[in-house]
Every structure is written in C-alpha cells, then in structure tokens.
Design a protein around this ligand. Structure first.
Ligand code: GLU
Length: 420
C-alpha cells in the first residue's frame, strides 16, 4: 500500500477523512477500511505510434469502495497520472457519490500520457487498448468509467465500442459521458459546470446575497467545467472578469465578452493569443484578483499555503477535484472565505452520469428539463445537508461535506458488515 498512499493528494484526502471522523466520532473499524482502496489494477498499454514504433504507457483503474453500488468515476489522460493520484481520486469519488445519494461506489482510472502529444489515431489506439486491458474488471454492473481530464465523449465512444466488440453486442451502460447518438444523456456535457453554478447560487442564498450585475467571477481552467459554469453565471447576470488555461489568463474588471472568449476557446485556441478587450495575466495572478467568486476548475493542488493568504475572493467553488491543499483550506477558513467543497461542488458530472447509466439500462431517455431539474434538486438537498452538518458540528464546509458523506456510507457498511 506504500505506493498507493504516497501522493500529496492522497495524504490530503486522508487528513480530510480523519478530521471528519474525529468530529462525528465514526466507527474506527469502518474508517480503517476506507483508508485504502478495495482493488487497484495496473496495466501496460502498448500503442503503435504513427511512425511504426511501439510505445508503452502506464494505465490504472482503482476501485476504492463498492458498498453503495458499482464503482463510478472518470478516466484521466494526463502526464501526472500515477497509482497514488488515481487512488486518491477514486476515494474522492466514493465520498462524492455517497454525499449526493447515488447508488454508486467510487473508482477512477487513468493513463500517464500527454494526450496533446498523440495524433487522433494514436489516441484512439490508446483508448481502445486501455479498454481491453481493464475490460475484465469493469462493466455496467461493477464499474463504470466516464470522462475526466484529457478524455471526452469521443474517448467514451471508442471505449464503449471496444468493450461491446469484445462481448459481441452493444453495451452502452459500460461508460457514461458518451455522445448522444451512441446512448449519451442530454445535459451530461455541461453538467459539472452547471452544478458548480447551482452551488454558487446555493452558497449565495446561505450568505444572504444574490447574484447580480455586481457579482464578479474568476475561473481557473476554461474547459469542460469552467465554460458551462461561466455560461450559467453570466446568464444570471454575473460578470466573468477573468478566465485562464494552460497558456495563461485574460482579465477585464468590467467583465469579459464571454461569448467571444468561449468561441475562441472552443476553436482550440489558447487564451494567451486572444485579442479581445482585456489584459493578459498569469494563472498565479488570477488567483489573487479582487473578485467575489473564484472557481478553480482545472487540476488539484493549485491553491496552496503560498498563494492562499493572497486570495481576495469571498467565495471559492471547487470545480476541480482537490484544488485546495489542506494547509490552504485552514488559511482560507481563518480568513472567512466560504468554500464549496469539491465532492459537492463538482458532483453535477457524476449525477448526470448516473442519469445516463439509468437511461442506458432502461433504454428510455429523458428530456433536458427533467435532467436539469433532477440535477438541481439532488444538489440542493446535498447542499442543505452539508450546511446543516456545518452548523450542527460547528465545522467548516469541507469537513461538513465529508461528515454528510460518511453518515450514509458508514451506515451502509455497518449494515452490510464484513465478510468473512
Ligand atoms: N470525472 C468526473 C468526476 O470527477 C465525473 C465522473 C463520472 O461521471 O463518473 O466527478
């Protein structure tokens, strides 16, 4: 287990778990089981590159806990992927699915690769070979992957096709986040960002405020999560003042022309080359802007003890998984900054993944209004439970989210018991 627990993301997740456990006095025998994944699979993913040579990539699928249902969680293609990072993200999925009441456990997968360095054909070979290698361990009844950083609906279509070819018939329920024509759900693509925007609204309600034209927002990471969150908050009247991607950020204190920025970003152009009415800033500078709402929506570990003291936003919505280190959470709490925890804030993605899985299993599809209404209601209910626990146990939102998740999960684990 030493390799599994080695990353700072895993250590952070363990500290969060311990903190919640000591506040709620959870059963130590159950908590002991949650500290480690149920199963971790490591695979070799050989790919023939366009130049004819074969390159081997490292792949993983970690199933953290399956007490509440099949494992659920994304598939990440990124150079930082490791066994420990994947295990930490699988653990967060367990807590996320439990918190929002889904009949699903937690899992995560990934391949250590820079997807931008591969051609489309090479990427397809990688996705298909990874699907073959982890194929024996997944399926609609036991573990269901989905998109995450570096993967998208096309990756899911290749994955579903490969898995289906092996079995001889179409099995759409094996992955979620598929394109609509191959069994995807309406609303899935925007669901994580939409959920973030819903949660910002719920937090404003809790803080007795309203989103209006004076509300200013900065978004770190302008992709699958950041873009739909920006669209919804902008529609509600907020000013999106800054956004950034790997190349850097852009800022206009009166609000960016968000439609123009989105069409620029959707054309796969880097924000550093955007020529609109704005000034160029670095990713670091974005965190320090004087805005109301800061949304880290890229990768983990970006708000640290170094930059946390400089943050001026009043509200941080964790669109990414684990974007704030534990030390930074303590600093932000001391400074009175309200944090919407990742397992709540970005749960919109897995909630609509759950809808997609259910629709796939019953071969009957819902309309968008139905999906967005159910998404809203599930998140609102979870948000209320978290704020209730925050008041009851007198703890911050991160700990309260973990307590809310553990209440359901440990209850189920106790009832199912341990065998043998
Ligand atoms: N990758 C997303 C997450 O971290 C979605 C997972 C899913 O839909 O299964 O929550």
């Amino acid at each position: 287990m030493r390799d599994i627990i080695s990353s700072s993301l895993y250590q952070n997740a363990l500290i969060q778990l311990e903190e919640a456990v000591s506040s709620m006095k959870a059963d130590p025998n159950i908590v002991e089981r949650l500290k480690y994944p149920k199963r971790a699979i490591q695979v070799s993913v050989p790919v023939r590159l366009d130049d004819g040579t074969v390159k081997n990539f490292e792949g993983y699928r970690v199933q953290h806990n399956m007490t509440l249902g099949p494992g659920k969680g994304g598939l990440r293609f990124h150079p930082s992927v490791s066994l420990s990072e994947t295990a930490a993200l699988a653990m967060l999925m367990t807590f996320k699915c439990s918190l929002v009441g889904l009949p699903l456990g937690g899992a995560k997968g990934g391949v250590r690769v820079d997807p931008l360095s591969l051609s489309r054909q090479e990427l397809q070979s990688l996705a298909r070979r990874y699907a073959i290698e982890i194929g024996p361990f997944i399926g609609p009844d036991n573990d269901i992957p989905a998109p995450d950083i570096g993967t998208d609906s096309q990756t899911m279509a290749w994955f579903m096709d490969t898995y289906s070819q092996i079995h001889g018939f179409s099995i759409p329920g094996v992955v979620t986040g598929k394109p609509i024509v191959v069994g995807g759900s309406l609303g899935r693509a925007e669901s994580t960002g939409k959920g973030v925007a819903f949660c910002v609204n719920f937090a404003y309600e809790r803080l007795n405020k309203r989103i209006d034209s004076s509300t200013t927002v900065a978004i770190h990471g302008f992709g699958k999560v950041g873009v739909p969150a920006a669209i919804d908050l902008h529609q509600q009247g907020a000013k999106i003042c800054a956004v950034s991607d790997v190349s850097g950020g852009i800022y206009n204190k009166n609000g960016l022309d968000i439609e123009a920025v989105i069409s620029w970003a959707k054309g796969k152009h880097l924000l550093a080359n955007y020529q609109g009415d704005c000034e160029k800033i670095t990713n670091e500078e974005l965190f320090e802007l004087d805005v109301d709402v800061l949304i880290p929506a890229a990768i983990d570990g970006v708000i640290t003890k170094e930059n946390a003291p400089k943050i001026r936003a009043r509200l941080i919505a964790e669109g990414a998984n684990g974007p704030i280190t534990k030390e930074a959470v303590d600093i932000l709490n001391d400074n009175g900054i309200f944090i919407i925890p990742d397992i709540l804030c970005n749960a919109g993605g897995v909630i609509v993944s759950y809808f997609e899985w259910v629709q796939g299993l019953q071969h009957f599809f819902w309309d968008l209004d139905q999906i967005n209404k159910k998404l809203h209601d599930i998140l609102y209910d979870a948000f209320k439970r978290v704020t209730h626990n925050s008041d009851l146990y007198n703890v911050d939102m991160k700990t309260a989210a973990m307590i809310s998740s553990l209440q359901r999960l440990t209850g189920a684990m106790r009832l199912r018991g341990m065998w043998p």
